[in-house]
Design a protein around this ligand. Structure first.
Ligand SMILES: C[S@@+](CC[C@H](N)C(=O)[O-])C[C@H]1O[C@@H](n2cnc3c(N)ncnc32)[C@H](O)[C@@H]1O
Length: 245
């Protein structure tokens, strides 16, 4: 087994996840949060990027805080949820260097695949990297998850990792991983941890390569993108649950 994964699995039971802090079903599952924190520690990751700000931001920030030159770039498509994640982080007292950034999701072509993509200035991620770890936890509704890997790959250090949440879903994350394998072939090594939370994909970047964006499934992916972009534009953003009395 991959030694970092083994170390994280061995350590995860001892990682505390406060039920008072964990915001509920939109956040990563508590077991996934425990693994994630253990994995950041096992890797000795200092420089992290995530897509989907929230409770995961705090879990990872707490792990990197004691390390010199730590940095976590947390990107979200929603000004509302980005601000809520920032407020939670600022109130936590954690001293890690965390930068929150809002980037709207827009359709963009990756070869023949039209995908929802976080709009970021070209070259920004490469300029801020190389990152030791990237977390992909974009909105559950099939928004923006496949494209992130293509966007972040070059900004990831060789030997760096991507963690993908909700990796058990057949027509979504499992299909994205198959597309990434087709695009990068032997340059990546994906492992599925089916039994943790809703499944976690842990993907190691072995070397620089590609991508050769796959034609297989491109039409379905593109139609889904158009449908999802319509939902994004015309359905109002779900408001946070009122947890007060
Ligand atoms: C799956 S959530 C996870 C966020 C973060 N990684 C965490 O663990 O808390 C991903 C995205 O969903 C959106 N989101 C968060 N809470 C939400 C809610 N209650 N309703 C709708 N969307 C939400 C935010 O834009 C966020 O980036």
């Amino acid at each position: 087994m991959n030694p970092y994964i083994a170390e994280a699995v061995a350590a995860m039971d001892k990682v505390p996840v406060s039920r008072y802090e964990h915001p509920g079903s939109w956040a990563m599952d508590p077991a996934s949060c425990r693994f994630l924190a253990g994995f950041v520690r096992a890797l000795g990751a200092k420089k992290i990027i995530e897509f989907g700000s929230g409770f995961s931001t705090l879990m990872m920030a707490r792990e990197i805080a004691p390390l010199e030159n730590n940095y976590l770039l947390s990107i979200d498509s929603s000004p509302l949820y980005s601000a809520m994640a920032k407020e939670a982080f600022d109130g936590s007292g954690c001293q890690a260097k965390v930068e929150f950034r809002v980037a709207p999701l827009r359709p963009r072509f990756y070869g023949p695949r039209l995908l929802l993509s976080y709009s970021l200035p070209a070259g920004l991620l490469e300029a801020l990297g190389p990152f030791d770890l990237a977390l992909i936890d974009a909105p559950h509704l099939d928004y923006g998850r496949e494209s992130v890997f293509y966007d972040v790959f070059r900004a990831l250090a060789p030997g760096g990792y991507v963690v993908l949440d909700d990796a058990n879903r057949e027509d979504m994350e499992r299909a994205y991983v198959r597309s990434w394998q087709a695009a990068y072939e032997g340059a990546i090594d994906p492992i599925l941890l089916e039994g943790i939370g809703n499944g976690l994909g842990v993907i190691e970047k072995l070397s620089e390569a590609g991508p050769a964006y796959p034609g297989k499934g491109a039409l379905t992916a593109s139609l889904k993108t158009l449908n999802n972009f319509g939902r994004l534009l015309f359905l109002p953003e779900e408001q946070p649950e009122n947890t007060g009395d």
